[in-house]
Design a protein around this ligand. Structure first.
Ligand code: ADP
Ligand code: MG
Length: 585
């Protein structure tokens, strides 16, 4: 084929591929435009997860009617005139591409009016083809309506995920912008009912509640730090509040949501040794820095930025987060080496004593002496076994320490049992056993409990309701984002129903296909974790003994359902060596 210049329609569709990947990207661009226009009120309607309609109305300064056509053209912006401007950008937009891109892959209309005009004007763009500007009555501000997104790019449509997933991406985006701009009132509807509304009164914590629910919002720690013209504000979770992935780590730089690896790394360093392996904090942090010290023009959707002094920003974020954590968090009580290392031999080097710890996920090399009572281990020879399936011997209760660990004696030495992890394991195996028999006894609550969840979680939960009934929970929808719990499994009698519901939705990965058996087990494990006794809870001797008995009856007594150890064991042999009764002499 000969070389040809592409038609403007084709080239804008290609450009659109970069900017408009999914409905949430449209919402992002339009919200940013409204914010750049100085809007104080932003109303967003989303129908069918944005496939049918995305409409964003703002009360910003509007677009003059004679500039409407330009606004929809490529490389047309009011935010930048010369290339030097790129190095002190104070607006969210500057590339002049969003409206052109969106217009090329949807049926778009822009209705706008500036304060000095008597009436407004409207321009329709259909698959990149602009109509004529018409005069219409309109309030000051702009309404951007995007219908039938990707109707002319079927390939894009195929890449969209399920509506719940796309909708969740939109909700989580808007809630984060609402958090970043607490003085702007955001209102979101799905065409029928309101799904989010913020007051615009500047109070971030109440928006945090909309994002994570009241329980979580209450626990979040506030960060407020300033140094050398850089400031960091926002919220980070205490070490007790974590997720299994990094998706809840949010950073804004100068009001712009970025996915910046170096910032995330700095944050995780602040938590270093305070979190268990594979757990991540929840954060929404806002970094403000002089515009000339950050390059925002390094990524098509502006999701990444470069700092002039990367090291300075890194260390500032790391220290500020660490300081906030230290101010609130009691001294870490876990020995990180013990939790973190994955093999028996490194354990020994770091800890210095022969504590053996049961991990499930890895094969652990154990020498015969340590688990001498276990038949699997053999004749004093080293062998490789999966220790989580090792039974525990009959244990004699000695007592509880720190209201967190149970100390017990077995024929082969001393056992320290983590009461929370152990209880998780016990609940989990009981629940799964009942589930296998298709008989989970359930018990009605005296007073049904009403639980309100943030919109994304509520949607998630609705899709889990059949699962819940399966597991002996009687839960029904009870208004917008609200549920009524009428019964719980007998096994969890006395547990907090709202904990159970939240556990089901909080760690749920995007795009996880719901409800195959292994996912049921995973969800069950989450509920058990939430409802198990906690560390720091004093147990009666009877309760301690019961827990040990129940644990002895488990199939995998040495780890919790998430794979962490329930116990550590100090063998008689080790004791003797440590006290110099054996070997040394
Ligand atoms: P950019 O935001 O990068 O300038 P866009 O394509 O998003 O590019 O928008 C083009 C121009 O249209 C903007 O520079 C701005 O002047 C105008 N515009 C877009 N949306 C709005 C809005 N909601 N209110 C006022 N002006 C807007
Ligand atoms: Mg823009």
């Amino acid at each position: 084929m000969p070389i040809r210049l592409l038609s403007s329609e084709v080239s804008s569709q290609i450009a659109a591929g970069e900017v408009v990947e999914r409905p949430a990207s449209v919402v992002k661009e339009l919200t940013e435009n409204a914010l750049d226009a100085g809007a104080k009120n932003i109303s967003i309607s989303i129908v069918d997860a944005g496939r049918t309609l995305i409409e964003i109305a703002d009360d910003g300064h509007g677009i003059p009617s004679d500039e409407l056509e330009l606004a929809a053209a490529r490389h047309a912006t009011s935010k930048l005139t010369q290339s030097e401007d790129l190095f002190h950008i104070t607006t969210l937009g500057f590339r002049g591409e969003a409206l052109a891109s969106i217009g090329s892959v949807s049926r778009m209309s822009i209705t706008s009016r500036v304060a000095s005009a008597k009436e407004g004007a409207r321009l329709k763009v259909d698959g990149g083809v602009s109509g004529k500007v018409e005069r219409v009555g309109a309030p000051v501000g702009t309404v951007l309506r995007v219908e039938n997104l990707f109707y002319n790019v079927p390939a894009r449509l195929k890449f969209l995920k399920a509506d719940v997933t796309e909708r969740r991406a939109i909700d989580s985006l808007i809630t984060r912008y609402a958090l970043a701009y607490p003085n702007v009132r955001f209102k979101v509807t799905d065409g029928k009912q309101s799904t989010l509304q913020t007051s615009g009164d500047g109070d971030r914590r109440s928006i945090l509640a909309a994002l994570y629910g009241v329980d979580v919002a209450k626990q979040m720690l506030e960060v407020m730090a300033q140094e050398d013209g850089i400031s960091l504000t926002g919220f980070i979770s205490p070490t007790s509040l974590t997720r299994s992935n990094r998706k809840e780590i949010t950073f804004f730089v100068n009001g712009r949501w970025v996915q910046e690896f170096s910032l995330t790394t700095a944050l995780l360093q602040a938590y270093h040794t305070l979190l268990m392996v594979g757990r991540y904090p929840l954060t929404t942090l806002f970094l403000e820095i002089a515009p000339e010290d950050v390059d925002v023009n390094v990524h098509p959707t502006k999701a990444e930025v470069r700092f002039k002094s990367q090291d300075k920003v890194f260390s500032f974020v790391q220290r500020s987060a660490r300081k906030a954590l230290m101010a609130y968090t009691p001294v870490a009580s876990v020995s990180p080496q013990m939790w973190g290392s994955r093999s028996g031999s490194t354990e020994r080097r770091e800890v210095g004593i022969d504590w053996s710890i049961g991990h499930s996920s890895d094969q652990l090399t154990v020498d015969g002496g340590q688990f001498s009572n276990a038949e699997e281990t053999v004749n004093g020879q080293r062998s490789t076994i999966n220790p989580s399936f090792l039974p525990v011997p009959l244990l004699r209760l000695i007592g509880q320490i720190g209201s967190t660990y149970i100390v017990a004696e077995g024929p082969d030495g001393l056992y320290l049992v983590d009461q929370h992890a152990a209880h998780e394991r016990v609940l989990f195996e009981k629940l799964m056993a009942q589930h296998d028999k298709k008989n989970i006894p359930s018990q009605s609550l005296l007073a049904p409990e009403i639980v309100t969840l943030p919109p994304q979680s509520a949607k998630m939960l609705v899709s889990q309701l059949p699962f819940l009934n399966h597991f002996g929970f009687e839960v029904e929808e009870f208004g917008s984002n609200t549920f009524q719990v009428r019964a719980m499994p007998v096994l969890f009698a006395g547990g907090d129903p709202s904990f159970a519901l939240r556990a089901l939705v909080e760690d749920f990965e995007e795009d996880e296909a719901p409800l195959q058996t292994e996912i049921e087990a995973k969800l069950a494990a989450r509920v058990c974790k939430r409802l198990a006794v906690k560390g720091g809870q004093t147990l009666t001797s009877e309760e301690q003994r019961q827990l040990l008995n129940d644990l002895e009856a488990c199939n995998s007594p040495r780890t919790c359902p998430h794979g962490r150890p329930t116990m550590i064991h100090l063998s008689v042999d080790t004791l003797e060596r440590q006290f110099g009764r054996k070997g040394a002499r």
